[in-house]
Design a protein around this ligand. Structure first.
Ligand SMILES: [Ca+2]
Length: 368
């Protein structure tokens, strides 16, 4: 497994690898006359991401954050059914890129339903239209004609080792891409996904919504063998957008700013109605981790997705110590023979500098 970041960096407040790289990049840039860095080169230095999304209120926040962050170059937005149907999700994604005047970004529809179960949509939490009942103008942008998994496969082959996948919905499209062309796995730079939990679910006692939405797809994605960061409920629930944050957004104006103001107000009001202190920033935090990995602490774990449990279907079962006991049959019973090591397959986020993230989010979208 490849885990580029050092353990010290991941677990600390972090002056680690990412910080060193940033410093190196600054030193290199300082040594080069500004005119020598072309816009194309500058664009290539940014992290290339494909966002796979089921927009979705918090998806809208994540997309707007990504589009307004110079660290990221959003190569494509692919749409998966989840919070809303595939059709509604595609319409929403197109309206979002249109609002941001980014018709240059391909937006493609993909799967129409989960791999092995019926779709469960969440208008209850996201409003009838999935965007907090905030109506956006009709999109100026047109959908890409490619099927989302094909677009993902093509882009990864066109830019090997460059693209980070940022899935913020059920993992159907990503699993279909891997199943169709497993050769993309070693060519992906990384996967930063919102989903899962190691401390109980939100759909029910055990499962988080994105994983619950397509457990078989999630198991494929977790076992694929690429560097994967799991931004789960554990850290999303620590990252709460409050009325004070809504008020902060209300201080500035702009088409995106004003849209996000209304969506976040919808989210905070609804969350408070059901007893939460504010709106958890699940999907935007995944975008935030792609932008600035040091916002979270992670621990390497082996994660499997339960697909058969009566009470636990869709649970991300994380091995915190990465060992299992090896039981061997002796006559009529088993005995523990040895301890086997389990190779981690995910960096699981276990801590977050939540205020730093909320400030980053607000600062990036204010006045836009
Ligand atoms: Ca989502």
């Amino acid at each position: 497994m490849i885990f580029a970041r050092s353990t010290r960096c991941r677990r600390g407040p972090c002056s680690g690898v990412a910080g060193i790289l940033s410093l190196s990049a600054l030193l290199i840039l300082a040594a080069v006359p500004t005119s020598a860095v072309s816009p194309v080169q500058a664009s290539q230095q940014r992290k290339q991401v494909i966002i796979d999304t089921d927009p979705g209120t918090d998806d809208a926040l994540a997309i707007m954050l990504a589009l307004n962050s110079p660290e990221l170059n959003v190569q494509a937005i692919t749409v998966v059914p989840g919070n809303v149907t595939a059709k509604q999700g595609l319409e929403n994604a197109l309206k979002l890129v249109s609002l941001a005047n980014r018709c240059d970004i391909p937006v493609a529809g993909g799967a129409q339903h989960p791999l092995f179960q019926k779709l469960v949509t969440a208008e209850f939490w996201h409003g009838k239209n999935g965007l907090g009942n905030v109506e956006l103008p009709a999109s100026k942008c047109k959908p890409d004609s490619r099927w989302a998994p094909d677009l993902i496969i093509q882009m990864i082959h066109a830019e090997p080792h460059q693209i980070t996948l940022v899935p913020i919905g059920p993992l159907t499209n990503i699993a279909l891409a891997v199943e169709k062309d497993p050769s993309i796995v070693p060519l992906v730079k990384g996967v930063v996904l919102m989903g899962g939990s190691i401390s109980g679910g939100n759909v029910n006692a055990s499962a988080e919504a994105n994983i619950y939405g397509d457990p078989e797809a999630a198991q494929i994605v977790f076992q694929a063998g690429w560097p994967l960061t799991m931004v789960g409920l554990d850290v999303g629930n620590m990252t709460i957008f409050t009325h004070a944050d809504v008020d902060e957004l209300a201080k500035t104006r702009g088409p995106e700013n004003d849209f996000l103001l209304r969506v976040t107000k919808f989210m905070v009001d609804l969350s408070e109605k059901y007893g939460y202190p504010g709106a958890a920033m699940y999907d935007p935090l995944a975008a935030g981790v792609a932008i600035e990995p040091t916002i979270v602490k992670t621990e390497a774990m082996h994660v499997d997705v339960e697909t058969r449990g009566e009470f636990t279907r869709g649970e991300t079962v994380a091995n915190r110590h990465n060992t299992v006991e090896n039981n061997v049959l002796h006559e009529d019973h088993y005995t523990i023979d040895s301890i086997l090591h389990v190779t981690p397959n995910a960096e699981v986020c276990t801590g977050v500098d939540s205020r730093r993230f909320i400030k980053l989010f607000i600062s990036r979208v204010q006045g836009k």
